[in-house]
Design a protein. Structure first.
Length: 83
């Protein structure tokens, strides 16, 4: 059960990052379309969106790498025959 809980926790963290990025992007697009951002504020919004995207990407990458890493050999286990 601990494995399932751990996987759910990781998925929630990634989902939270992606949700935050999505919300920020949507808010920024609305402000840009409405012409409510000055050039400096526009640059700050773009930088914030880029930062959030980088963070979300790194989290997804870590989760994928963790899922693809082979499990360690445990003492007393026999290797599976090669197919």
């Amino acid at each position: 059960m601990a494995v399932a809980t751990s996987a759910v926790d990781r998925l929630v963290r990634v989902s939270d990052s992606l949700s935050e990025l999505s919300t920020t992007l949507e808010r920024t697009v609305e402000l840009l379309r409405a012409g409510q951002l000055e050039p400096e504020a526009t640059l700050q919004a773009i930088e914030e969106c880029a930062r959030l995207a980088s963070e979300a990407s790194a989290q997804v990458d870590r989760q994928v790498r963790a899922a693809l890493e082979p499990l360690p050999d445990l003492p007393g286990q026999l290797p599976l025959p090669a197919s």
